[in-house]
Each structure stands twice: as C-alpha cells, then as structure tokens.
Design a protein around this ligand. Structure first.
Ligand code: PLP
Length: 416
C-alpha cells in the first residue's frame, strides 16, 4: 500500500531511514513518500481510465507546493476553497482551466481574482453566491462557467464533522432550488451554468452512499435534459476512505467499477476531487518521546508533536497508528506497557493516540504517526506559540526539504 517499511528493525521511507531524517531535520517532522503519492494518483487515474475524468487534487488535504506540483506534473488539476489556495495553485503552474473552486463563503474579492484567472468552474453553494458571481463576471465582461453544488441529503457513515451531503449540513443546494436555478439560467446572463457538483463527505469507506448520491444526480440530470437544460459536467467530489487501522475501504478500482455505470447514464464530462486517498498514506509525522510519565491512573508518553501539528485525533477522535521508528521484537523479557501518547500543549484534548502498547519504550525514542499526510500539516497551527514543523519529501535514496521549520521570528513577523 505504501512506502513506509521496516528494514532491519528500522523504519524507512522508500530507501531513506527515518532516524537519519530526524537527526538531520529535527522533530516533529512530516515525511512524505513521492512514490506513494504518485502511485495513489495513478491508481485513481487508471481505475477511471474508461471515462478519462479530470482529477483535481483537493488542496485542503495538503497544500504544500512541492506536493501539489508533483501531482500537477502528473496531469492533475486542483480543487481549491479559498483565495489563498488559488494563489498557491497558480504557483504550482497548473493550468487555470484545471482549477475548480468550492466553499460556502467565497468573498467578492476572491471571486473576482478567480474569474480574472478564468478558472474552469465555481462550485456554487447558494443563490446569493450565484448572484454575486454573475455580477462580478458582468463587471469584468467574462462569461464564467459554474456548477451547482447539490446537497443530495444522503447520510454517509463517517464522523459527523466530515459529512457534507446531509440536509442539515451547510453545503450545497437542495434539488428543488437547483432545478429552479437551471430552468431559469438565462436570469444569470454572465454565467454558463453547465455543471453539477456533489461531495458528500470524507473518509467514506463503502461505495453505497456515493452510488446513491450519483444515482439521484443522474436522474436529476435526465429530468433537466427533458426540460431543455443541458448539463455538460458532473463533479463527484472526493471522499474516498483510506486505511488508518483496520478499516476496509473500497479500492479505487472497486469505487470506479461501482460508479462508472451510473456516471455513463449522466453522459457528462466527469471531475473527481480526491484529497485523502492520494496523500493520506503518503505521509507520516515523526516525533520524539521527551518524557515518560507514570501516574496512578495512566502512563503518558509525552512527545514533541502536539495537536497544533496534527489535530485529527483531538478534533475527530481520529485513530492513527503510532509505530516505534526502531522496532523491538516481542522475544525475551522486554517490557510491554500501555501509554497515552500526548503532546506538550496545555489542553487535556492534546493527544495523538490513547492506550497504545509499546515494547520497552524509552525517553528519546522516535515514534512515527502513520497516515498523517492528509489534513495533517494543512490543519496545523501555531497554538501555544509553537513554530510549525518542517516537511521532507523522499524520492528513492534522496530526501528533500520541502518546507523549512518555522523559527521564533516567524511567529511574530506579521505583528505590528
Ligand atoms: N471536495 C470538497 C468540496 C471537499 O469539501 C473535500 C473535503 O472535505 C474534498 C473534495 C476532499 O475530500 P477527501 O480528502 O475526503 O477526498
């Protein structure tokens, strides 16, 4: 599945030892495997080769320029949700005709810049937003393509904070309202309303909710066609789940096999917006044990990475495997003990893993938090005035620093 493996009891990323990277670049440290990144992109591309969709990597999962650029060179487009992500996207050299822009709160300024750059699609999340894009496009004299993001009111079995296609979520537009928009599209004279977008949530492990959502949309498209509205593009979002511990997510091939027949019914060009599937298992967070603390209630391994570096466990109760960088065998009289792996942040919610078993864990040992490539660094912060980590990308026997560690000066450089 990925390129993080033990060789002689030492964890490696491709052909580079994690211990060596920690020594050279310090900890906490995000390490990415370029090979895994590219392989996961290719897995989706190959699985969908029958319909040749535009695959727009979802930058919110990981917006590091080197990572996005690697995917753009492979032919990917980019899915963005802010002016900042547009700025980053353009720095990668991606064609603006491969950029799609979602998000419920786009500002007039963000809209104007995106129209000026002639992005492929705005995925529109409300009528007021549609009106604003129409107004700005009119002012600029540019006819802009938009897709209507549908909220198909489908419950996906995932954490409630990462479900987005249920009726009570803030995302998208209900079918009835969307129908009114399409049937009255000439009201929006500066827009070409020619696409439908749907994204029902993230870390979804079975194909069923995807199929349900796409089936509803395919029926909707057929109905609209009979009424004279032509839909040329269908963007089915991201959301593919990955293995964090013992999940059994559908593979890219299984997903494609399940959804392609439904997509064929819709007879449109197709866009995908995967994030986690591509980068999730291509990255780890390496951290060092600063202290072992035993209390009457618990053992704590206090490490140098905190919730500011990886917030998923604290925010979603997400599970990440935590492995020793130097593995120990169970043979002999080695001590197996259970620890909560916690960070240095002054919050009780600051943990990376609870009740984890380690053999002979010692102060100074290195641990690897697995599957940290998606929503890891991109959700990190400076909370507790902690400089953000460095990031390294490994390619074969070579490692490249793709983001330097922040300094204390970086922490205050925007303050006046
Ligand atoms: N597209 C949209 C609109 C999203 O909101 C998200 C994530 O929330 C994605 C794509 C990427 O999702 P994932 O990383 O689960 O593939």
């Amino acid at each position: 599945m990925h390129d993080f493996n033990y060789k002689h009891n030492n964890l490696y990323c491709e052909s580079v030892s994690i211990e060596e990277l920690a020594r050279k670049y310090g900890t906490p440290l995000y390490v990415y495997s370029r090979n895994t990144l590219i392989n996961h992109y290719r897995k989706i591309k190959e699985a969908f080769s029958l319909i040749n969709p535009l695959i727009c990597f979802s930058m919110k999962a990981n917006s590091n320029l080197s990572i996005c650029r690697t995917l753009v060179k492979e032919g990917a487009g980019l899915d963005i949700v802010s002016g900042g992500e547009l700025y980053r996207a353009l720095k990668t050299g991606v064609s603006s005709r491969k950029i799609v822009y979602a998000g419920v709160g786009k500002t007039e300024k963000e809209i104007e810049i995106a129209i000026r750059h002639q992005i492929l699609f705005f995925n529109v999340e409300s009528i007021p937003e549609l009106r604003l894009i129409n107004k700005v496009a009119g002012r600029l004299g540019i006819r802009q393509k938009v897709a209507v993001r549908i909220n198909p009111d489908i419950k996906a079995r995932t954490h409630k904070y990462i479900t987005t296609g249920h009726g009570e979520n803030k995302f998208g537009i209900d079918f009835e309202t969307a129908k009114t928009i399409f049937l009255n599209s000439d009201k929006y004279e500066h827009l070409n309303i020619s696409g439908i977008h749907v994204h029902i949530g993230s870390q979804i492990v079975d194909a069923e909710p995807f199929i349900k959502a796409i089936e509803r949309i395919a029926d909707f498209i057929k109905d609209l066609e009979q009424r004279g509205a032509g839909i040329r593009w269908l963007n089915i979002g991201g959301g593919l789940g990955i293995i964090y511990s013992n999940e059994r997510p559908q593979t890219a091939r299984e997903y494609a096999k399940a959804v392609i027949p439904v997509l064929k019914r819709a007879m449109t060009n197709v866009i995908l917006e995967p994030g986690r599937f591509i980068i999730g298992n291509a990255g780890i967070l390496v951290t060092r044990v600063n202290y072992l603390k035993e209390t009457p209630g618990k053992n704590f391994a206090i490490v140098d990475a905190g919730m500011n570096d990886l917030i998923r466990p604290s925010l979603y109760g997400a599970h990440h495997e935590i492995l020793p960088v130097r593995s120990q065998s169970y043979a002999g009289s080695k001590k197996i003990r259970t620890f909560d792996v916690v960070g240095p942040i002054c919050e009780s919610g600051d943990f990376l893993g609870k009740n984890r078993k380690f053999i002979d864990l010692k102060q100074g040992d290195l641990l690897s938090v697995m599957g940290a490539g998606a929503y890891g660094f991109s959700m990190s912060s400076n909370y507790n005035s902690r400089p953000r980590t460095a990031e390294v990308m490994v390619e074969g026997t070579k490692a490249k620093l793709i983001r330097r560690r922040e300094t204390y000066e970086d922490l205050i450089k925007t303050e006046l």
